[in-house]
Design a protein around this ligand. Structure first.
Ligand SMILES: C[S@@+](CC[C@H](N)C(=O)[O-])C[C@H]1O[C@@H](n2cnc3c(N)ncnc32)[C@H](O)[C@@H]1O
Length: 302
């Protein structure tokens, strides 16, 4: 365990470190591994997040910490720990009602219609960058509702992935406080949650449809395995990436989606300048991207 004399104080860090060129190397390393880019005017955030890890490992200077990230035997584990500090997991259940309406009114019925023709009765959704699980649980509740009513006899799975180990562990617990459930409609609260003290646990009837895994979207070798998906949600993740990492990740999403599949982004995000392969679809209050099938006439064709 580090003693106080080997630890940097926050004030020391912020003064000396913002000007230390080693931060640029640490920033570039984070970018290389995760696609997350920290602009120089946001270095104070990088410094404050790294300082927690520096204290934990007992590194006294940014250079010493860089060594922990690059030269020590457990450097991969330390990078994971640092990424747990760097990533921002802001989310909540039922975050976007316009997206949920689009799913229920258009996306799921049209998917079911298309798949029925081939006698397929299973839907596969992917929540990429799922943070602490609120998004995949929301999707699973919606799909459960649909498969118990309009899509009787159908089944589904939700694949939920994130880079942050701690978020994935919390997602697996599926226990949320008042604030996280603030948008959940009362009928869903009653049906799919059990109070645990002052919190709420998602019932097993929902949990059993979701698989949670750590997956770095910048890891090309792992992303290649993601295939046969009907609908992808990657909301409020690409905002942290630069153009190059966005393009690389979106290409993986395109390959993972089945033809006629939909791709949802956060409300402030778009594929403008990133990919021309998808078609933009408008729904009330929201948009999504749609992967055309081979037989779809090209946009602008007569
Ligand atoms: C703001 S949260 C979004 C949560 C949820 N999708 C939503 O919109 O409510 C962003 C998530 O993206 C994850 N993330 C960032 N970079 C990632 C990467 N390279 N691979 C996988 N997940 C990543 C973060 O760990 C974080 O949990």
């Amino acid at each position: 365990m580090s003693n106080d004399s080997t630890m940097l104080k926050d004030e020391q860090l912020s003064v000396e470190s913002l000007t230390d060129p080693v931060w640029i190397r640490i920033r570039d390393l984070i970018y290389q591994v995760s696609g997350i880019y920290q602009a120089e005017n946001k270095f104070y955030l990088l410094v404050s997040r790294c300082s927690r890890r520096m204290k934990a490992v007992g590194a006294r200077t940014p250079r010493e910490y860089l060594e922990f990230l690059t030269a020590r035997p457990n450097r991969d584990a330390e990078m994971r720990n640092l990424l747990n500090e760097i990533t921002i997991g802001e989310t909540c259940l039922f975050r976007s009602m316009p997206q949920i309406d689009a799913l229920r009114k258009v996306v799921i019925p049209s998917l079911a219609e298309a798949k029925k023709k081939f006698s397929f009765t299973k839907l596969r959704f992917w929540s990429a960058g799922c943070s602490t699980g609120e998004e995949p649980y929301t999707l699973a509740m919606i799909l459960l509702e649909e498969t118990q009513t309009r899509l009787k006899g159908w089944t589904f799975e939700v694949i939920a992935t994130d880079l942050n180990d701690r978020s994935i562990a919390k997602a697996q617990e599926g226990i949320y406080n008042d604030y996280a459930v603030r948008n959940v409609p009362p009928e869903f609260m009653k049906k799919y949650f059990t109070p645990v003290g002052s919190e709420f646990r998602v019932n097993d009837s929902v949990r059993s449809f979701i698989s949670f895994n750590r997956l770095n979207m910048l890891d090309d070798s792992k992303m290649l395995f993601m295939r046969g998906i009907d609908t992808i949600f990657c909301c409020n993740v690409l905002i942290y990436f630069d153009g190059k990492s966005k393009t690389r990740t979106v290409e993986h999403f395109y390959n993972a989606l089945l033809p006629n599949g939909h791709f949802f982004l956060g409300h402030s995000e778009s594929l403008y300048g990133i990919s021309k392969k998808f078609r933009l679809v408008h729904f009330p209050g929201t948009t999504a991207y749609w992967k055309p099938s081979e037989s779809t006439p090209k946009a602008g064709a007569p």
